[in-house]
Design a binder for this molecule. Sequence first.
Ligand SMILES: C=CC1=C(C)c2cc3[nH]c(cc4nc(cc5[nH]c(cc1n2)c(C)c5CCC(=O)O)C(CCC(=O)O)=C4C)c(C)c3C=C
Ligand SMILES: [Fe+2]
Ligand SMILES: [Fe+2]
Length: 334
Amino acid sequence: MIPPGHPAIPKPRIGVLLINLGTPDAADAPSVRRYLAEFLSDRRVVEIPPIAWQPILRGIILRTRPKKSAHAYQQVWRDDGSPLAAFTRRQAMALAGAFGDGVMVDWAMRYGRPAIAERLQAMKDAGCERILIAPLYPQYCAATTATANDKAFAHLATMRWQPAIRTLPPYHDDPAYIGALKDSIEASLAQLDFKPDAIIASFHGMPQRTLEQGDPYHCHCRKTARLLGAAMGRDLIVAFQSRFGRAKWLEPATDTTLEALPAKGVRKVAIVAPGFSADCLETLEELAIRGRESFEAAGGTHFAYLPCLNDEPGSIAMLRSILARELEGWVRVP
Ligand SMILES: C=CC1=C(C)c2cc3[nH]c(cc4nc(cc5[nH]c(cc1n2)c(C)c5CCC(=O)O)C(CCC(=O)O)=C4C)c(C)c3C=C
Ligand SMILES: [Fe+2]
Ligand SMILES: [Fe+2]
């Protein structure tokens, strides 16, 4: 009840929930173990029946990988925490107020914290009757987009009175996204003290089988690279990184591509990761640190990792435009 004489405080009626993958709470082995246990138990990510997979996960992977991964996280950890969480938080903060007073913007992670259920509930409790769930993956993938939406709907399933829901579609070919990438890459290239012989667009890999089963992820990645290359007026080399497990993954692999280029006369490269809306372990450690080491060990002379869109102004303007389109009819975005 608002006490008499006090002006009514307008409640936000619409929520926008930015979602990214998730990250450990700290760069130590126990935190990484907790995070990997949740992530790698998701059946959208590892599509092996639990009866066969859980013994491998608990008996081998969670005994060995956390220590190695924690060491990798330590190399990229920031004063404000994990890069992925820090940039996602900054994106949400930069978008607060972007859609008018009646729209609250928050962020959550599919694995770890802040949890999707907790932030969705906070929106509902704040009076949001309509919520846009926005997994920040430009390229649709069941292992990323779908599982984020699944998790949100699992929490909605516990509510008697649900808010109305929309979900952000993939934006891999959206002119605003391609334009933001082009501007960001060209600004980064202008800062370099060398001219790259080639630019590599490295996307997170997926098992090859998922392409054969109809996941559009591979096609979305190729289309992004084609449109980005056309916008920039030069061809990009497409590669897939972060291979996990024994199955065949999408090819070519980023690491083997980097190792093979110097022998083909390509000694100066720039590498960019257009599928990641924020820098994270996979870009800052796997590409910028280990990628550079393997390229230079193979005879490369010049290497530059170009940052993701993160919370730079062009990125926020792009996110604002794609999110505003999904809010159409709910709110008039100024
Ligand atoms: C951008 C899209 C992503 C897809 C597709 C994806 C699929 C996928 N990933 C793994 C295994 C791991 N990924 C890890 C980290 C990680 N993955 C993504 C994004 C995608 N993954 C991001 C943004 C991150 C970084 C998280 C961070 O904290 O910075 C890891 C953990 C790190 C490690 O131990 O190496 C694993 C494991 C699989 C199996 C998969 C699809 C089947
Ligand atoms: Fe991953
Ligand atoms: Fe990795």
